[in-house]
Ligand binder design. Structure first.
Ligand code: DAH
Length: 337
């Protein structure tokens, strides 16, 4: 029996079957149900008791050698196939789908980047607010009809509400910091409005605020012109008089979009101009309410809806598309960063 085992050891060592089928045949020849090892196990039964221990060890060793050889042959086989086809067989199967950034995130980031280049840092505030930061601190007197400009969601209790605009963050920042303050404030806002192609109950804004000595309307205009040029690539803006309780004077900014194509005609209703944002000089009452001396400091503020800006940028006709998360829609937007 010892001889047979040694012979098989030698045979196994020298064997070099190639190809999956030959390797499998090799495995069956030695390890299969009717294979060599099985036959030896039968013979083992008749081995004299005093030799059982030694023969047992030899048999185990043979089995180990054969198993190792089969593994080795299989691995070599795989390497060969991969070398032949140039494929990396260790690579996970299939292409992993790559996600895209949401257009709102792309536009928000771009807006913040543009303002970062002229010294504006980012500040954020809570979505659930109190009346002071959303209204009273921004010069909306109690019961003033201006509060009806924004339909508010109230949270249980008497002084909790979802912020209707990111102007609330202005108030928080002015309370905490001393001028100069130069910040942009992105965030989600909420209004009790029906969902339609042009309105939604939750959307995004970016607010801007600059407070320092001698800040003038000319600074506001120049800052917004810079933004229009950088973001839309449009070189002409106009400021139309408007009203907001927290700014005086207040204005709305339009960019000159042009009237070159049919689409230009349609979206600007034949005027060539598109309304982009609201702005103005911070009302002295607002500065005072947050502990900033309006005799020393002046400032400007502006606020824009990110969805609106994104709709203009990408020529999207229906606001709801931003909230449906249809992968076919989202995949169309690419961003470098
Ligand atoms: N908070 C205004 C809104 O939600 C937007 C706005 C207008 C913000 C004028 C400003 C501003 O800071 O000066 O409609």
């Amino acid at each position: 029996m010892r001889e047979r085992i040694e012979q098989l050891m030698d045979e196994v060592k020298k064997a070099s079957p190639t190809g999956a089928e030959a390797i499998e045949a090799f495995r069956i020849k030695y390890l299969g149900r009717k294979g060599e090892l099985k036959a030896l196990a039968e013979d083992f039964k008749s081995v004299a008791n005093d030799q059982k221990r030694e023969m047992g060890q030899l048999l185990n060793e043979l089995k180990k050698n054969i198993t190792a050889k089969v593994e080795e042959l299989k691995n070599a086989g795989e390497e060969q196939t991969s070398a032949a086809t140039g494929e990396d067989l260790t690579r996970p199967h299939g292409d992993l789908p790559i996600g895209a950034r949401h257009p709102i995130s792309i536009v928000r980031r771009e807006i913040l980047d543009i303002f970062a280049r002229i010294g504006f840092t980012v500040a954020e505030g809570p979505e659930v607010e109190d009346d002071w930061h959303v209204f009273s601190g921004l010069n909306f007197p109690p019961e003033h009809p201006a509060r009806d400009m924004q339909d508010t969601f109230f949270v249980e209790g008497d002084d909790r509400l979802l912020r209707t605009h990111t102007s609330s963050v202005q108030v928080r920042e002015m309370e905490h910091r001393d001028p100069p303050i130069r910040i942009v404030m992105p965030g989600r806002v909420f209004r009790n409005e029906a969902v339609s192609a042009r309105s939604h109950c939750a959307f995004h804004q970016v607010e801007g605020l600059y407070i320092d000595k001698d800040v003038s309307f000319a600074d506001l205009k120049q800052t917004l012109l810079y933004f229009a040029q950088e973001f839309f690539g449009k070189a002409k803006i106009r400021l139309r008089p408007s009203y907001f309780p927290f700014t005086e004077p207040s204005a709305e900014m339009d960019v000159y979009w042009g009237l070159e194509t049919e689409t230009d005609y349609r979206i600007t209703k034949g005027t060539g101009w598109l309304e982009v944002l609201g702005c103005g000089m911070v009302d002295p009452n607002v500065l005072k309410a947050s502990g900033i001396d309006p005799e020393v400091y002046t400032g400007f503020a502006f606020g824009m809806g990110i969805e609106r800006i994104a709709m203009l940028r990408y020529q999207i006709g229906d606001l709801r598309m931003f909230f449906e998360n249809d992968a076919r829609f989202l995949k169309q937007f690419t961003s470098v960063s």
